[in-house]
Design a binder for this molecule. Structure first.
Ligand SMILES: [Zn+2]
Length: 440
């Protein structure tokens, strides 16, 4: 492990994450784990015991935050319907999740919010600082109803309870309360709940709402009882999004049906959107073969007769992607707070680190300016994971999670996306990554 010591980055441009202009010819001083001072080089004077690191031509910004990942350790293709993920031993998945978290850190993501059992333990592991890793804000397993998005219908309920890496099944307000308390007992920083389906299997349809208002209120009340706990709601249809906002959930995950009325409500309540654009908008283009290709068994045949003949055609895929994009643009135009979340879920389907970087690019592709995307991926994402008191902007007193780049990250989405532009990553004031490799 590299020593933590006091240092000052000199001759550097500062992109502080607030969305303000780039501060050229500046210095940023770190004492121990925290940022001590930021100032202009004109006012800089060396101090005893503080190492000078001169980085002319470089830019420093807050470490990136991915507000939605699954460090699940599973390996599967979409055609497997995640059977591979569930069938393997939990220990193997836990070990792989270390690699997964480290891949994000190598791409400049110093904090991630994880939805899986592994997050509880990754969090503790990386705090021990024997091996490098990002800060893992743990949701633990998300709350799913029986037969919901986080349940795995291919296996018996007993098997899912032992081997399901993403979800904890809870039905009715009392079980929901108990599941929240159980996660908090394990060390959850946040609570994830699947309010709508997610289209992984036949009784898991995007258009259905999976929890009642009573259950949702119980979840939020119980989570917020432990102050500072964020509730993240997976909500893909309009009804579910509105219920989640009304129940007091803090973030809406995916949210493909936001119209102006819902956007207004989110602005009023301060509800944050985590749109997971790379996965949602490009899903049918990237993962589900359409057109002449055989249809992937997203909804296996003969489960619901009424769905049996609803082919996932190219037109369906295009319409879904277009609607998702319109929803995002509506939220953006209305001033909804928007955070970066990749929904990286397992390899080889989605590659850890690469997919988070792509989500940054997607925020720009679908309508944000580059400075807006930088603000989203730092300050807003830190708020979305409940860590804005300590992370997300460069200011005195905050933790020194820093990304140092060879080009201006507000000039092009490619600068944050392409690791070739990344020079260094500091975690809590410790140099952790240099040129994409760990220095530890
Ligand atoms: Zn997810």
């Amino acid at each position: 492990m590299t020593e933590r010591h006091s240092f000052v980055l000199c001759d550097i441009a500062v992109v502080d994450g607030t969305g303000g202009p780039v501060r050229e010819h500046a210095f940023l001083e770190v004492l121990g784990a925290r940022i001590a001072r930021i100032g202009d080089m004109a006012d800089y004077a060396p101090r005893d015991g503080v190492e000078e690191v001169r980085l002319p031509g470089h830019y420093v910004m807050p470490g990136l935050v991915d507000a939605h990942v699954h460090l699940s350790g599973g390996r599967a293709e979409v055609d497997d319907q995640e059977i591979g993920v569930v069938a393997e031993p939990m220990g193997l998945k836990a070990m792989r999740s270390v690699y997964e978290a480290q891949q994000l850190l190598k791409r400049g993501f110093t904090t991630v919010r994880d939805i899986s059992w592994n997050g509880f333990y990754l969090k503790r592991l990386f705090v021990e600082q024997q091996i490098p890793g990002p800060k893992v804000v743990a949701c633990g397993p998300g709350l799913t109803r029986t037969g919901g998005h986080g349940d795995l219908f291919q296996f018996t309920p007993d098997y899912v309870a032992e081997h399901g890496v993403w979800g904890i099944v809870a039905d009715g307000p009392e079980e929901v309360r108990k599941a929240v308390r159980r996660n908090l007992r394990e060390g959850a920083d946040a609570i994830k709940i699947w309010v709508s389906g997610g289209d992984n299997w036949p009784h898991d349809r995007i258009e259905d709402v999976h929890y009642s208002m009573e259950e949702l209120r119980a979840c939020v009340e119980e989570a917020h009882r432990q102050k500072g706990t964020i509730v993240a709601a997976h909500a893909e249809n309009r009804e579910a999004i509105e219920m989640a906002i009304d129940a007091g959930c803090d973030t809406i995950e995916h949210g493909e049906e936001i119209d102006e009325a819902l956007a207004k409500k989110m602005v009023e309540r301060g509800t944050i959107l985590v749109p997971t654009l790379e996965l949602i908008i490009n899903w049918y283009r990237d993962f589900i073969p359409l057109g002449d290709e055989p249809r992937a068994p997203v909804r296996p045949e003969a489960f619901l007769y009424r769905d049996l003949y609803q082919e996932r055609t190219e037109e369906f895929g295009e319409a879904y992607s277009a609607a998702s994009e319109a929803s995002f643009r509506t939220a953006l135009a209305a001033g909804v707070k928007i955070a970066l979340g990749s929904d990286t879920v397992y390899e080889p389907l989605t590659k850890y680190g690469e997919y988070s970087a792509r989500e940054f690019r997607a925020l720009v592709q679908y309508g944000m300016t580059v400075p807006q995307a930088v603000h989203a991926a730092t300050a807003v994402s830190s708020e979305a994971v409940g860590m804005s008191h300590a992370l997300g902007t460069l200011e005195a007193g905050k933790l020194a999670d820093l990304l140092v780049l060879r080009a201006d990250p507000t000039s092009s989405a490619d600068v944050v996306y392409d690791a070739a532009h990344h020079a260094r990553v500091y975690c809590d004031g410790k140099l952790t990554v240099r040129d994409g490799e760990f220095v530890w």
